[in-house]
Ligand binder design. Sequence first.
Ligand code: SAH
Length: 360
Amino acid sequence: MAKSPAPQSLPAVKVSPRGATRLKEGHVWVYRSDIVSADGVPAGSVVRVTDHRGKPFGTALYSSSSQIAIRMISADTVADFPALVRQRIGDAIAYRETLVRDTDAYRIIFSEADFLPGLIVDRYRDILSVQILTQAMDAEPVRQAILAELTTRLQPVSIVERVDSRVRELEALPPRASGLLQGEKSANTFTMNKVQFRYEALEGQKTGAFLDQRENYAAAAQYAKGEALDVFCYEGGFALHLAPHCSQITGVDSSRPALEVADQNAALNRQSLNGKEIEWIEANAFDLLKDYSSSDRRYDIIVLDPPAFAKSKRDLDAAMRGYKELNLRALKMLRPGGITLTERFGCWRSADKRKITPFF
Ligand code: SAH
């Protein structure tokens, strides 16, 4: 077994009493404002974290530029970070295999939730899509460890990297282009709850699809009836799941490329749609809902899945107004007994028109 280095051999970062309290409460981040000293600590290092008196808290990844200065990775000393990354990737893959059902596309690595801060890996059947979001994960030996472990465990035909330029800027990392890291294939189709989707690894938003909605798609299908409206439909995830159970279905998004893929997805599922056409409308959802709610457009089921309106605290008031407006208009557009499936800060609720749950 590899011998652990003496704790002193890792660079040390001291955190303030407030930062220490957060760590004791189980939080895994320390913000820059709670760093007491990180003198001479190189960007992206694996560091030893202590309170202001020197009491140790364990090992973390250090970012020299993000507001999130410390991301904890272990309560112990970490001797070999790339080896730890490989082990945790293996653990995450094994864990997901016990959980995931009815899909060949799913998130394999969930960053902090798999104790791998800054690493996201999505599987789209035989293609893997990787996002690297912290200085420490971007180090070359760590990148190599990630690719080696994913290849050994999953034998993908190819691995692509999707770069989030905004995050690279926040992390003061040099710009990088999205592209294939391994293999040549960058498109396929995947199946989720028996619905087929086209996947272009280097196109689309996020890593290509909103895989975290899989259970919500299946749940939405259970409520589907009559006329349905999928607002912020992207490539049609909800609309395609609702369509077999509805008499009429409309998807709305402001992104034309997303709607073009949505239409291709509808064609892929022609058989289960049984000749039913889905109407795709390119529009600003706020304008469209305003129009529709003041005219007499009514629906039996409305899905609202807006993007995050608040990227930071500053945007919170405007975001709340936006969410409120969308939800009120959608509720107004429901037929009696109709259902809205709505997202608020990543959490879903269904609201029956007759007993409206307070949303705000
Ligand atoms: N429901 C989708 C994911 C939605 S992501 C799914 O399950 O796959 C949010 C979507 O909102 C994106 O497709 C984006 O293009 C769209 N969008 C953002 N602002 C919009 C606006 N003002 N009007 C309409 N669509 C918008």
